[in-house]
Design a protein around this ligand. Sequence first.
Ligand SMILES: [Zn+2]
Length: 394
Amino acid sequence: MEHKNTKQRYNLPDEVVFCKKCTISNQRPRITFDENGICSACNFAEFKKNKIDWTEREKELMALLDRFRRDDGRYDVVVPCSGGKDAAYIAHELKHKYGMNPLTVTWAPHLYTDIGFQNLHNMIRVGDLANILGTPPGKTHKKLTKLFFEILGDPFQPFIYGQANFPLQVAVQHQIPLIMYGENGEVEYGGDMKNAFKPTRDYKSDQKTHYFSGVGPEDLIKYGVSEKDLVPYMPPADDALDALKTEIHFYGYYKKWVPQENYYYCVENTGFQANPVRSEGTYSKYASLDDKIDGFHYYLAHIKFGLGRCTSDTAHEIRDGHITREEGVALVNKFDGEFPAKYFQTFLEYCDITEEYFWEVIDSWRAEHLWTRVDGEWKLRHKISDGKVSDQVA
Ligand SMILES: [Zn+2]
């Protein structure tokens, strides 16, 4: 299979450099580092800790909600939501603390895990929240999953389309102009910082580069996907969103965003349950639990950028002050890039591919400057260290 030139495609720097404060490296697309070797996400976390007046920000939130709150019984805010802890926290707080009438909107995972489905159900029942679930047709979704595994090295892409566009569709159908997302991932986790100091996101610009890795659903026609099949993945027309005066806001701009605290809030208020066992590739039990496929999304990130699920979990927790960098490095060296074996057969059956073909695709996405073959086994050339030993291993 033809190699995908991962380095060139994502414009990855030749030399791997790790942030001095967290565990992320300069291989994360669009991340920037300052002259002291600190990543943009760490600098932003520091800024949030010291420079933001959260009482002021809450006042801004209340002014925003006053502008959109309805007293005629209609829904007044869309909260896109997988059933996970973050959106459940937002929707519950909007309803029970700020007196809004939220409609939670869920785009179904490829294959629900039991715990993911239970958490969605609990959010509705225990959290007392209305919900609309969008589910694309099964065969089309499988076909797209396989396609994206091959052409983008990310089987999760069809999910990402729906996650971004289905809430917009529902907003138009129900004439709800306010959409509230959780964190601005681009800003919080390292990426393009141009939106760091504003609460909103434009639904027209940046969607394709920041969320869709440069490939929008409309581009799939050339891969033989029919317009009919693409309907569930498409955004509503711009003029429909303009007419509604749609605004997309981030709750993380108004309220201090600490995933671990969202978790405790949801255990208390929306019946949220963590996994009894840690997720493969990391040590955590409460993030991204809904989809049997998502382990492969994280695994491919490890193949393409050398950054797995444990790197992103530890980077967040270091920035939130829950663990030290030294602890983070130890966890990364233990868990990052662990193969998601639990649902491997499920994934092969879902995509209708053989194990041999799976590895061909994986190897075609292996970033050439990051991986080397030693005694028939693929190894990362670089390894994060806690500063006590050399960063170079090969
Ligand atoms: Zn950092």
